[in-house]
Design a protein around this ligand. Structure first.
Ligand code: ADP
Ligand code: MG
Length: 229
């Protein structure tokens, strides 16, 4: 099997809330997977367990067959920085830093030199339709521009897996399409796996495959049928 990332029978509770109740999922090499499902069904919890942000109570998470849920905090943080990229609903850009510095951050955190990192960041701008915006502050960008900056930041260090939680949730449909088009161009070019939570069918339609989370479990669509929304 060519699973890059997988989880088996995950359970996760927050106090009395049993958020994940036996969730299993695998993402193949180069695959773009959309995760849909009702609000509160456990989508974000599942994504965060797979990304090593949360530790499941029981169950296994593997990256290239290695149990990452068993790693200590330090090694998991390193793994997140080196192997994963993240995009959330509200870009979470650093508001005091101009666009190019925001995009360059992962390279600098990985020990890259500032000049080279900023130069690499500037190279990303035209690819994402952001030419000329390198010295703008996040507060001066539209929502769609901010999400494209967040995508550049998430991808600049060449992650194996991109995690996106409602990446277009704050955007209108025109801006959402622009964001998805640049995201798909870049991940296809780099062969990056994507695990994308969305409640919008038009966004899920960009994915290779859609699964649905219900009551803390992953429901796989019947073979040969459209995904059940
Ligand atoms: P979704 O992303 O599908 O909307 P979540 O994974 O965010 O769902 O949440 C699943 C359930 O777990 C919900 O009932 C939610 O209220 C609860 N939950 C999620 N995160 C926390 C938390 N940090 N503390 C307490 N409850 C939480
Ligand atoms: Mg959520």
């Amino acid at each position: 099997m060519t699973d890059v990332l997988a989880c088996h029978d995950l359970h996760k509770s927050f106090g009395l809330t049993h958020a994940l109740r036996g969730a299993s999922l695998s993402v193949n090499a180069g695959e773009v997977l959309a995760v849909m499902g009702p609000s509160g069904s456990g989508k974000s919890t599942l994504l965060q367990c797979l990304a090593g942000i949360l530790t499941p109570d029981t169950g296994a998470v593997t990256l290239d067959g290695m149990r990452v849920d068993l790693l200590g905090d330090h090694r998991r943080t390193r793994l997140r920085r080196m192997i994963f990229g993240f995009v959330f609903q509200f870009g979470q850009l650093v508001s005091e830093l101009p666009v190019a510095e925001n995009i360059a951050l992962p390279l600098m955190l990985a020990g890259g030199r500032r000049r080279a990192a900023l130069s690499a960041a500037r190279d990303w701008l035209p690819r994402l339709g952001l030419e000329g915006l390198h010295d703008r502050l996040p507060g001066d960008l539209s929502g769609g521009q901010a999400q494209r900056v967040a995508i550049a930041r998430a991808l600049i260090a060449g992650p194996r897996v991109l995690f996106a939680d409602e990446p277009t949730g704050a955007l209108d449909s025109v801006a959402a399409d622009q964001v998805m088009e640049v995201l798909m161009d870049e991940v296809r070019a780099q062969g990056t796996c994507v695990l994308m939570v969305t409640h919008e069918p038009r966004v899920a339609a960009y994915a290779d495959r859609t699964v649905t989370v219900r009551d803390g479990r992953v429901v796989h669509p019947a073979r040969g049928r459209e995904a059940v929304l």
